[in-house]
Design a protein. Sequence first.
Length: 409
Amino acid sequence: MTIEQIAAKVRGGGRVNAAEALELYRRASIPLLGRLADGIRTRKHPARVVTYIIDRNVNYTNVCVARCNFCAFYRAVGSPEGYVLGFDEVFRKIDETIAVGGGQLLLQGGHNPDLPLTWYEDLFRAIKGRYPEFKLHALSPPEVIHLSRLSQLPVPAVIDRLVAAGLDSIPGGGAEILVDRVRRQLHCDGKATADEWLAVMRDAHRAGLRTTATMMYGTVETDEERIEHLLRLRALQDETGGFTAFITWSYQPDHTELAGSEATGLDYLRTLAISRIVLDNFDNLQASWVTQGGKVGQLSLAYGANDMGSVMIEENVVRAAGASYCMDEAEIVRNIEDAGFTAKRRNMHYEILGDPMFRERAVPRMLELAKARQEGDTSTPEELRLYPARSRAGKRLQDRGGAELQKGQ
């Protein structure tokens, strides 16, 4: 088929196959891709409402055994730069989130061998005990697989236990590109193969959880593999209907082992637009302003996005790779309204919560994203002594902590 024939099919509501999607992605002009994606967004969201969520992205630990070569955030077990947040630190972050109108944590972290499943259960129960209505959008599929391996429990059992402790939904992190050739080159197939990532999401949907889906592009994958990733997500959504949204972003190369260069803003808009065209069974696409900046994020609203994602408040992973964009609620709303849309707050299920919070009450302006911890803070949470360590470094830390405790008594 020619580009115009494929475009006519898309305008008529038809579903593109792999060959058609690849032809559009490679050869259609970017204005045409934008018009096609915007047409789909308009059909799905005719009211011209663009949503966003006020939540906080909390990375509870940077200690990780996965060692993905595209990640600048992780630290090896035993690294002096490794950290685990204490429960009180997490509570303080929740208090700060509530103060600016937020109602959810996006909680993700490294694959830390010294944090057993019971640590997560105790943290979730403690959060729900203090903040019963606060939502936990937590633990990407590779983290769930990591806990399954540590606990020697099947993934559905791990999900059931986490839900019982307070888990509300699962984020789509760790997908990268859902093609095992790519995952092997990125050293991330050990944390989750493509099939394993999809299987966790299938199990989560069967358990009644809603989840998001993601794609990080711009590393070693081909155009065909990007399309394959989208088609695998579309197939699972056909099967379960459990995804609420899709988010794509470009690989951030600074300070990573893989290195390389970042894809351009035009590459991002092409990728976003083809995602809207291929993922015809996804209602919502988020703009990745945290990697692209506010203005490209705003332009995303003409290339298929209907959501500006999260105010975030805090971010550590992308910042470690060199990106440090920040937009608080007021700036996100200004970008939405300047693009000709109405801005509305939402929750993870894309239920509308209301108008911008800063127009209802005074909210402090946020000029930079918060960090997990202040520089130089190497403290170890007291509650870690309650959980048996698996790594040598963790055992040494526990022994030292126990000796210090006895000395203090």
